[in-house]
Design a binder for this molecule. Structure first.
Ligand SMILES: Nc1ncnc2c1ncn2[C@@H]1O[C@H](COP(=O)(O)OP(=O)(O)OP(=O)(O)O)[C@@H](O)[C@H]1O
Ligand SMILES: [Mg+2]
Length: 423
């Protein structure tokens, strides 16, 4: 509910002000940020034009075939209206069939005279005005405006202005609902995508743990008869421990991936995230004589990012780069810059460039696949091959893009593009 009340405008003496209210409303209503905000705007402006100080907005719920009160304005509790009305409700029926404002106090209006008796019957009180919001001949919502005391009839000018306002409101509400629908479908598609890749991952996981499981099984089978062979027991114990660790790491990575996490987007400075990631890897780079060059654009636009997820992506790329350079010498260059599409939309880009061993052309197309790894040795540092799969997924969920260019023996560059906040 909104707290403030609209200023009282005397319509008969100030039609100019009413037209200004209507014009301002039609201008503002084109950019609603949410359904609640739009509903507030609609109710506030209806109240301002009509001088009815209380109101509620009902929206059609397609799946339940009913209208539900989504927003109220003023002290509506004092007015008894149901918060849900099905399509058979007499008021809904009257609004859907007549498609114009129901105003019991205004039987003077020629178009309403014949309906005045029926109108009075359907409205919850004599001090109520019902305004339909219609698009494509369908009642998508309606507003009920109430007044605690008897009101003078709405003038035909006010009814005209309210009708125009209702049309603008209906169009805006319709667009917002279509947009919401689209957003929900996109989120559903992303979820489906993730489930599909989980299927691939489950298959890969089975394959990945088969080898370590075989070695553990062999050890358990052989151990009783070779329990006195200390060299065998020592060697195999070490291998088995590595294998168990590997399985543990795989399970953890899969759990991280499977847990569907909608990015928690906040207004962030990408340069700050990059700097904090570089801080983490600095010691490792120094110990191997790897030089880190940082070129961060000072005027980089901000972006809506999930800080933790972007950190996870960058750390994986940076660690991959260090792995590719190996014992050095080598260098790692990290650059950020902004990028504008011809249509004016702003993006930020980050390049992570290493002078490592590069990626063979036949591997390049597989590096984002789950479990693709060339770090397959049976050591504690063996990769799971999920790092880039997860990175790709995270960047996609930020509506961004990740690409790679590589030359064997020369190095690799990963480029991430992310949508930026318009400046
Ligand atoms: N900068 C790079 N230079 C060369 N090869 C790379 C680079 N980044 C990735 N790769 C190749 O892509 C493979 C997949 O990388 P990814 O990060 O998905 O898995 P990983 O590093 O092997 O394991 P994990 O990240 O799970 O520990 C790597 O094993 C490596 O062969
Ligand atoms: Mg990795």
């Amino acid at each position: 509910m909104i707290a403030s009340t609209p200023s009282r405008t005397n319509l008969s003496s100030a039609p100019h002000e009413s037209i200004q209210t209507l014009t301002r409303f039609l201008k503002d209503v084109g950019h609603p940020t949410s359904l609640a905000c739009l509903a507030d705007q609609i109710l506030f402006n209806f109240a301002e034009l009509s001088r009815y100080p209380q109101g509620s907005l009902f929206q059609f719920e397609r799946e339940h075939r009913r209208y539900r009160q989504i927003r109220t304005f003023g002290q509506v509790e004092t007015v008894v209206t149901p918060s849900v009305m099905d399509i058979e409700h007499p008021l809904v029926h009257a609004l859907s069939s007549r498609l114009h404002i129901l105003n019991p106090a205004g039987p003077t209006l020629a178009s309403q005279t014949e309906h005045s008796a029926a109108t009075t019957d359907t409205l919850p009180s004599l001090h109520t005005v019902a305004i339909p919001l219609i698009t494509h001949g369908t009642l998508i919502a309606f507003a009920l405006l109430h007044s605690p005391a008897a009101q003078t009839a709405l003038s035909s000018v006010t009814i005209g202005l309210l009708t125009a306002m209702a049309q603008g409101a209906a169009n805006a509400l319709d667009s917002l609902l279509i947009y919401e629908d689209l957003r929900q479908s996109q989120s559903l598609m992303r979820r489906t995508d993730r489930l599909r890749s989980l299927e691939i991952i489950a298959g890969g996981f089975a394959h990945e743990i088969r080898n370590p499981l075989t070695s553990i099984k062999t050890f358990v089978q052989l151990a009783p008869e070779r329990k006195d062979d200390t060299q065998f027991i020592d060697e195999f114990s070490r291998i088995v421990l590595e294998d168990v660790n590997r399985i543990e790491r795989l399970v953890q990575e899969i759990l991280d991936y499977a847990r569907y996490m909608e990015p928690q987007l906040t207004d962030e400075n990408l340069n700050e995230i990059v700097t904090s990631c570089l801080y983490f890897i600095q010691v490792k780079a120094d110990s191997r004589g790897i030089k880190i060059e940082k070129e961060l654009a000072p005027e980089l636009p901000r972006g809506m990012l999930d800080r933790q997820q972007i950190k996870q992506v960058l750390l994986n790329l940076l660690l991959n780069a260090l792995d590719a350079i190996g014992e050095g010498p080598g260098s790692l260059r990290v650059r950020t810059h902004q990028f504008k599409k011809p249509d004016g939309t702003l993006f930020m880009q980050i390049d992570i460039e290493d002078t490592g061993q590069g990626i063979a052309p036949e591997n390049l197309e597989h590096i984002f696949d789950p479990f693709f790894t060339t770090k397959h040795t049976s050591t504690m540092n063996a990769g799971t091959g999920l790092g880039l799969t997860i990175a790709h997924q995270i960047i996609q969920e930020h509506h961004g893009d990740i690409r790679v260019a590589s030359a064997v023996g020369q190095g690799t560059t990963f480029r991430i593009t992310l949508p930026a906040l318009q400046q």
